[in-house]
Design a protein around this ligand. Structure first.
Ligand SMILES: Nc1ncnc2c1ncn2[C@@H]1O[C@H](COP(=O)(O)OP(=O)(O)OP(=O)(O)O)[C@@H](O)[C@H]1O
Length: 239
């Protein structure tokens, strides 16, 4: 399978109060085109740092990412980070404004408003919608751009349990259809297993384990396998 990026010996050091420590320690990772990779780990293990470096928002201390210059990526954060002076529709349209023809952009935005159940709220401003709707809008903005790589940093982390569950289902549905390449960071093991076709466990700046989930047509076997995997991940991540 063709890889979209390849991370080699990536290390990141931070200095806190004069003392240096490694937030990332020799990360090696190949991301294949069309794959949905979830990275799960405790708070502070380095998940966001890794995503920020892949997105080009931060520099690594050592190592390299092969393919990064050629890849268009979009980043979705835990908070929606919408532009408050633009409506839902205009926020989704924003990344296309300078790139695409108006008629094409409007068509794409409409498709994404439908896909994410936002049609009713398209004229609302960010302060007039719920957190779930705001996060749907942020997802729409990332998806509409048609990036090669979508990076998601706890995008459902601020949602209530009901909205989180609903959006997990929708994300799975959307990404099973469109064959996009996704790296999704979460500290929720169930979410990582549910969404990922590959789950990476991260601890103290290192990727310590990798699990690949095969397509399983039988729901009961799939559920049993997911439960087994959860036990393995819990054993891997020490309390
Ligand atoms: N700008 C910074 N300066 C100094 N230390 C930092 C900086 N950013 C992150 N760190 C440290 O690097 C480590 C990894 O942080 P990171 O945010 O990547 O973890 P995380 O796994 O994403 O955590 P969370 O799930 O809580 O978001 C932490 O110990 C954090 O304190």
């Amino acid at each position: 399978m063709r890889s979209i990026i390849q991370i080699k010996n990536l290390t990141k050091k931070y200095k806190i109060d004069g003392r240096a420590f490694k937030a990332l320690n020799d990360i090696n990772l190949k991301i294949n085109e069309g794959s949905f990779t979830t990275i799960v780990g405790k708070s502070g293990c380095g998940k966001s740092t890794l995503l920020r470096i892949i997105a080009g928002l931060e520099e690594a201390a050592e190592g390299k990412i092969i393919g990064k210059k050629k890849v268009k990526s979009s980043l979705v954060f835990q908070e929606a980070r919408l532009m408050p002076w633009l409506t839902v529709e205009e926020n989704i349209l924003f990344p296309l404004k300078k790139r695409d023809k108006k008629s094409e952009s409007v068509k794409k935005v409409n498709e994404h408003l439908n896909l994410l159940g936002l049609n009713e709220f398209k004229d609302a401003y960010p302060n007039q919608i719920s957190g779930g709707m705001a996060q749907r809008t942020a997802l729409g903005r990332a998806l509409v751009y048609d990036s090669d790589l979508i990076l998601m940093d706890e995008p459902l982390g601020s949602l209530d349990a009901f909205n989180r569950y609903k959006l997990q289902q929708e994300l799975q549905h959307i990404f099973s259809k469109n064959n996009k390449t996704v790296i999704f960071v979460t500290h929720d093991i169930d979410e990582a297993i549910f969404l990922g076709d590959r789950v990476l466990v991260m601890e103290a700046g290192s990727i310590t384990k990798e699990f690949n989930l095969e397509q399983e047509p039988s729901i009961s076997i799939k559920k049993a396998k997911q439960l087994e995997l959860k036990e393995k991940i819990l054993a891997e991540i020490k309390a």
